[in-house]
Design a protein around this ligand. Structure first.
Ligand code: FES
Length: 105
């Protein structure tokens, strides 16, 4: 069953940065893109790098290890050497709290 978790307070994650949380054992990077929040799994599908350890270009997160790129909005792999996307989690803002839903079943 899907479950919502508190991920951050509004203003806690700077613009174009992320915060890593653990959702039921999975590392999840919560990104702030100009005041809109997105959450993707934080494990690069190329070789397990921490996507959050890289940087943001537009709406893409760049893995620092071999420069694969993922869509922050959808988790899709957009640049080699990653060819498989990462899971994208639903996000909502309630009051001052950013919440992420673990919808992996
Ligand atoms: S581990 Fe991410 S690009 Fe290789």
């Amino acid at each position: 069953m899907s479950q919502w978790f508190e991920a951050a307070r509004l203003g806690e994650i700077p613009d174009r940065k992320s915060k890593v949380i653990v959702l039921n054992g999975a590392d999840v990077a919560v990104f702030n893109l100009g005041g809109e929040y997105y959450a993707i799994e934080d494990i690069c599908t190329h070789d397990g790098g921490d996507i959050s350890g890289g940087w943001v270009e537009g709406d893409r997160a760049v893995c620092p290890r071999h420069l694969a790129e993922f869509s922050i909005r959808t988790g899709a792999a957009l640049k080699a050497p990653a060819y498989e996307g990462v899971h994208s989690f639903p996000v909502r803002v309630r009051g001052e709290v950013v919440e992420v839903c673990d919808d992996r079943g």
